[in-house]
Design a protein around this ligand. Sequence first.
Ligand SMILES: *Cc1c(COP(=O)(O)O)cnc(C)c1O
Length: 414
Amino acid sequence: MTPPELKQAEENKASHSEEEPSALFPNYARYPLALVKGHGSWLWDDKGNRYLDFMSGLAVTNLGHAPEKVKAKLKSQLDQLWHSSNLFQMPMQEKAAKLLTEQCAADAVFFCNSGAEANEAAIKLARRYFQKIKGEDRYEIITFDKSFHGRTMATLTATGQNKVKEGFDPLPTGFKTVPLHDEEALKAAIGPHTAAIMLEMIQAEGGVHPVSPEFVQTIKGLCEEHGLLLIVDEVQTGMGRTGKWFAHQHYGIEPDIFTVAKGIASGFPAGAMLGKAYLREAFTAGSHGSTFGGTPLATSAIIATLEVMVEDNLPQRAEEMGQYLREQLQQKLAGLPFVKEIRGKGLLVGIECAGPVSDIVLAGQKNKLLFVTAGPDVIRLLPNLYVSHEEIDQAVETIRLVIEAHVEQSKEEA
Ligand SMILES: *Cc1c(COP(=O)(O)O)cnc(C)c1O
């Protein structure tokens, strides 16, 4: 790191000393690292240490940190116009929407600022479609155990993990959660008020669990039989992460509605809900909106991200590098009984272990490799889509070392 950056890092550090209580709410369990600079696959902390980033800000910085073309587009947009309002024509939103719909079977896009907001829009669109277009009293959304859909009141209710719901009663009504891959439970949950089934194609936060193709066909069949909408939450799995533009494309299905966010703008906060043409009229003028949704600044980052992804065929790259990553993990972690299963698609990879992995994440940080968990026993790897073979080799070697050390230490303690 160059001296001015180090100086800035010193100042940032000094602004929250350890003795003084933080001026922030303590709602995050934060690692003892402050990252101050990023480039490509690499991050630097405030002490000048360099880390290999295998988490990408939780599937956000899919093009790596500070990708040149997105940076250039954002910079030039900074000189033009940051914000106008959705009261006006938005040619850049039109362009971003066109680029998105060229990569999938959706016809219309609504832009917002986050994953939870995109899912809120999906829930609202589904309800409004039945109430305003179909004239049917349907509002209930069926979701699945271990799912994660966000932290707003509706999306935490949709989420199939009780830990995100504790202390927030009363929760909104109109949601039912059933176990994944349980056809009977799903059938039993469908009633006259059911509007939609909502799922992640790979439950990411819930432990990197891909939905089986058979169960997806079951869901699709039930949606057709009962006239339900299928909503797919692609907030983490979308934007090339799993080796296709959107994870549902692995399954050969076309959801009525799907949502994206995390990787859509390379780190600029943005989200989007995409839907089929027959849903268009459910969102008449004034029915939904967002002050910051799809601003010129946000859409410049989205457009640049999409253009780079097309130009460099990044979903395909994620597929190939993901295959290499999983192969290397299989080889190098073979013989470690602590490692139970390696799974995932593209560059969303889970390593299921025989015990808690939070210490392994910390040991990774000590060894200058950043990755995260997905539930207590699963290591989750989310490198950027430009990750190189050498970076993968280095990460796999570090992961092997920290898992071995963890197993040794557990033996000593036993
Ligand atoms: C992260 C995530 C969300 C929530 O996105 P926010 O931008 O944090 O609101 C929703 N669904 C899935 C699958 C996610 O991974």
